[in-house]
Ligand binder design. Structure first.
Ligand code: UDP
Length: 332
């Protein structure tokens, strides 16, 4: 019953590995370490350095380790980069997922869980998004993930693979025990940027847009703790193993926070003052993206443990501090 985690040395994948290990699962990681870190994989877990697009190698890994389930995280995930390099994104995310799926079919893998994104919805309405909302991705990143969803659905139908697709909203936080977290130093995500500013690694930060049709005029997002997200995958894997239907689920809490609320929480958690500047809207940013998580919570019985903005930010902050580049808080 070994589980293969592709991208298991990365941010979400490494939390998944911890969750599976805690559940007593046998786990193997496949990661090319392009953005992942070897140190994020526990010493007890075999790490195969390789490419998900290399059919023969993946087939060998599946066979050697007796893989029964695949949880597929390995991908490129930067939206603006995907606009500049669409073919690179379609290769990394879509073409290589095709190779991984082909190897899974060839080796008779039973369950395949795919990491997708709310970016498949594109221009989001102001109300919470259900799984049946129309999909009009605005970036090659979103399109590359949506195409992979289709391939998975069609392949599953033809070959009897059991699958789940999780569309992530804004993933945040870090392992509550401090074993892993978000490591890319040049991340552009709001919480990371705000924490780096609080830690004095940036002189100031910007709020992109103050005139959105939201309660305080700034962008609203549904932030989900990465450990809860990993747990959602485990719940879904169990559901499939027990013979449950294939599922497509939104992974969020169903509660949005504005940019100002996030910055307020970062200030109160860190105790630091933050130089915040008003900037124009960032192109392509929708006003509000919030999940309707009914399916995951009620139908599949997922129960989040860290559904609280301050908790997410505290865990991310503790991780950020542990990275060591800045030992102590600025006064403030
Ligand atoms: N944002 C901001 N300043 C930043 C980074 C992000 O005001 O330095 C805003 C962004 O416009 C959006 C929200 O924060 O409304 C979340 O952005 P993020 O990049 O974290 O995630 P996205 O929702 O774009 O995937």
């Amino acid at each position: 019953m070994t589980v293969l985690v592709t991208g298991g040395a990365g941010y979400i994948g490494s939390h998944m590995v911890l969750e599976l290990c805690e559940r007593g699962e046998k786990v193997v990681v496949l990661d090319n370490l392009s953005t992942g870190r070897r140190a994020a994989v526990p010493a007890s877990v075999p790490l195969v350095m390789g490419d998900i697009g290399d059919f023969e190698s993946v087939q060998r890994v599946l066979r050697t380790h007796g893989i029964r389930s695949i949880i597929h995280f390995a991908a490129r995930i930067v939206v603006p980069e995907s606009l500049a390099d669409p073919l690179g994104y379609y290769l990394a995310n879509t073409v290589k997922t095709r190779a991984l799926l082909a190897a899974a079919v060839a080796e008779g893998v039973s369950e395949f869980i795919f990491s997708s994104t709310a970016a498949v919805y594109g221009e989001a309405p102001l109300e919470p998004l259900g799984e049946t909302a129309p999909t009009h991705p605005l970036s090659p990143y979103g399109a590359s993930k949506l195409m992979s969803e289709w391939m998975l659905r069609d392949t599953a139908r033809a070959h009897g693979l059991h699958y789940a697709i999780l569309r992530y909203f804004n993933v945040a936080g870090a392992d509550p025990q401090g074993r892993t977290g978000q490591s890319s130093p040049d991340a552009t995500h709001l919480i990371k940027v705000a924490l780096q500013t609080a830690l004095g690694q940036r002189a100031f930060m910007e709020v992109f847009g103050q005139d959105y049709p939201t309660p305080d005029g700034t962008g609203v997002r549904d932030y989900i703790h990465v450990a809860d997200l990993a747990n959602a995958h485990a719940v879904v894997l169990q559901h499939l193993r027990e013979g449950g239907d294939n599922v497509l689920v939104n992974a969020g809490y169903g509660r949005g926070y504005s940019v100002r609320e996030v910055i307020g929480s970062v200030k109160s958690v860190t105790g630091a003052d933050i130089d915040v500047r008003q900037s124009p809207r960032r192109p392509g940013d929708p006003p509000s993206v919030v999940a309707d998580p009914t399916l995951l919570r009620q139908t599949l019985g997922w129960q989040p443990r860290y559904d609280d903005l301050d908790t997410m930010i505290r865990h991310a902050y503790e991780w950020e501090r542990r990275q060591g580049s800045v030992p102590a808080l600025r006064a403030g």
